[in-house]
Ligand binder design. Structure first.
Ligand code: SIN
Length: 282
């Protein structure tokens, strides 16, 4: 197995390995590369759904995604992304074509922190369709001291799609009015011990204890640190790639821009961190 680092702080690309037959040493190396790189790509895999689920489970418990209609009918823990980019009348369905098109972490609207998300590239278009990733360690490190002090101890509320409720039509009616989940703006990563900014500009509703105007202004101030950090990795997909990202310390977005009538299909799993208490940053 060979692991390359496209950037010293983000991204790790593994080749020469079959995830169906990993020995303990290679597994430990991959896991460490993921923690260090925030995003881990394993190239050239040929997997069944059951094999992809088994590999995903090595990272932690899998949780079925809240969007029920894109779950695989036989495996609730597996979401199939990218099916149905056109509506019956021929118009583009943006909630499928652009799913994940804003900078975000996955599942901040869930009380349980989602440790990782893993995608497997099943069908990849001839151009476009990349996924971009940004380091929230770097975002936190770049904050001026007064801003760091201002956000220490603050918590934010999140709902699916944020205040605009974007993508809500993907949810079943009974899942649309769930109460917000609350998470600290600064997190200490449970495994690396590093501090990161966790402010998810897409799904945020408000920062607790601030007026709506103050909360919006603070999100606007924090957002450039998150989405303009130079510590980014942009993944150009190949069929057979597995990509896992760490939602505790990174943002990502689907870059779109692929031909609408070419298939871009991924299998997706949501990986939880059981037994690891969430801690406020010191
Ligand atoms: C996501 O945001 O979960 C999907 C990213 C992608 O499709 O590139």
């Amino acid at each position: 197995m060979r692991i390359e680092r496209p950037h010293p702080e983000i991204g790790a690309l593994a080749t020469g390995v079959d995830v169906r037959a990993l020995d303990d040493g290679d597994w430990q190396t991959l896991y460490r590369a993921w923690l260090d790189g925030i995003v881990l790509v394993v190239r050239d895999q040929t997997l069944t759904k059951a094999e992809f689920l088994a590999y995903s489970r090595r990272f932690g418990r899998l949780k079925p995604h809240r969007v029920r209609r894109t779950r695989d009918p036989e495996h609730a823990e597996l979401t199939v992304m990218g099916i149905g980019t056109r509506k019956a009348d021929g118009r583009v369905d943006a909630s499928i074509y652009n799913r994940g098109g804003h900078w975000h972490t996955d599942s901040p609207w869930d009380d349980e922190i989602c440790k990782g998300t893993q995608l497997y590239g099943v069908a990849i278009p001839s151009s476009g369709g990349d996924t971009a990733f940004a380091s929230m360690y770097a975002a936190y490190d770049a904050l001026p001291d007064d801003l760091r002090q201002r956000i220490a101890g603050l918590e934010a509320e999140y709902i699916y799609g944020g205040r605009k409720r974007e993508g809500h039509d993907l949810l079943e009616p009974e899942d649309r009015e769930r109460p917000p989940a609350v998470h600290p703006l600064v997190r200490r990563h449970e495994e690396t011990g590093r501090l990161s900014l966790y402010a998810n500009p897409h799904h945020i509703v408000r920062i607790r204890g601030l007026s709506e105007a103050e909360s919006d202004a603070l999100v606007r101030t924090l957002t450039p640190y998150m989405v303009e950090t130079p510590v980014q990795y942009r993944h150009a997909w190949r069929k057979g790639d597995i990509v896992i990202w760490d939602n505790r310390c990174g943002l990502h977005r689907a870059c779109g821009g692929y031909p609408i009538d070419e298939a871009r299909i991924h299998w997706r799993t949501t990986i939880m961190q059981d037994g690891v208490p969430q801690r406020l940053a010191a």
